[in-house]
Design a protein around this ligand. Structure first.
Ligand code: ADP
Ligand code: MG
Length: 274
């Protein structure tokens, strides 16, 4: 575990959908996560294990049944506007140009339109959208649309950014390019990123730390550090360390529902054998 104090901390979060006479669905069960400043942390877990619910809680859109969210030590549970959030199905507005889509977050933060455009333009040019600033989203490829949506999230002026499966719908080659692009842009932006994926290779490749979850109700199965130096090139996919970590994640996911493997007692006091 990283010894630095947490930038973002999820403390014993449990969330049950439905209440009263409705039988509740426990989506997330006792999830504690420490995200250190400027780190890239992935949450890896099977579909339906509560990953997006966790993000909705961190973003303040859902108040958890139990537990709290802290940002720099301040309880922000149930409060919106403290983190940038790219939803799993984040869409660009078809009636706004690429530039005006990218400045949407800044506009919500009351930055004047002219000023926001001025700020966004160099980023669009530097990060692969030169020439498309005045186009509408329909003119863009899938990868470009994701770049625009990611830039919009990054330009929203918060230190913590949540990305929910941003590359899930892309083909393998575009996805690999986008991962490379994201690492480059992250190095420039000085942000703390929490990234959701169900793709093991993507989680290990991008992250400093991978939080592996069980099937629903989502609990933390293990927290793995990724001691691979940066900058990372695609060639690391063949490194022994990379392959071992990938294997470890696959085993943890395969054992997600049963008693698990005792030596996987991870950080956060999660007993591997529980
Ligand atoms: P993931 O993102 O890991 O695929 P979700 O967080 O979207 O999982 O969902 C976790 C579980 O909670 C799922 O079983 C889902 O059906 C349930 N769920 C999510 N949102 C709601 C809701 N608004 N009401 C009831 N159940 C929900
Ligand atoms: Mg989801």
């Amino acid at each position: 575990m990283d010894a630095r104090p947490a930038k973002l901390e999820l403390r014993a979060i449990t969330h049950v959908f439905g209440s009263g006479r409705d039988i509740g669905v426990t989506a997330v069960d006792d999830v504690t996560i420490h995200v250190p400043d400027n780190r890239f942390v992935s949450i890896l877990g099977p579909s339906g294990c509560g990953k997006s619910t966790i993000f909705n809680i961190v973003a303040g859109l859902i108040t958890p049944s139990r537990g709290q969210v802290y940002l720099d030590g301040v309880n922000i549970s149930g409060m919106v506007g403290f983190v940038g959030y790219m939803l799993q199905r984040d869409l660009l507005l078809p009636w706004r140009t690429v530039l005006d889509n990218v400045i949407l977050g800044m506009e919500l933060q009351n930055v004047r339109k002219g000023r926001a455009r001025e700020r966004a333009l160099p980023y669009l040019r530097r990060y692969g959208l030169a020439g498309f600033e005045r186009q509408y989203p329909a003119a863009l490829s899938g990868g470009m649309r994701q770049r625009a949506a990611l830039l919009r999230t990054l330009l929203y002026d918060t230190e913590v950014i949540l990305l929910d499966e941003p590359f899930g719908a892309l083909d393998a080659q575009t996805r690999a390019q986008m991962q490379q692009w994201l690492l480059q842009i992250w190095a420039d932006f000085n942000k703390t990123i929490v990234f959701i994926t169900h793709d093991v290779e993507e989680a290990v490749y991008l992250s400093d730390q991978v939080v592996v979850m069980t099937q629903r109700p989502g609990r933390i199965k293990a927290v793995l550090d990724v001691p691979i130096p940066r900058p990372r090139e695609p060639a690391i996919l063949l490194d022994a360390t990379f392959i071992t970590l990938k294997q470890r994640c696959l085993e943890l996911l395969a054992y997600g529902q049963d008693a698990g493997m005792p030596h996987d007692a991870g950080a956060n006091g999660v007993p591997g054998g529980a």
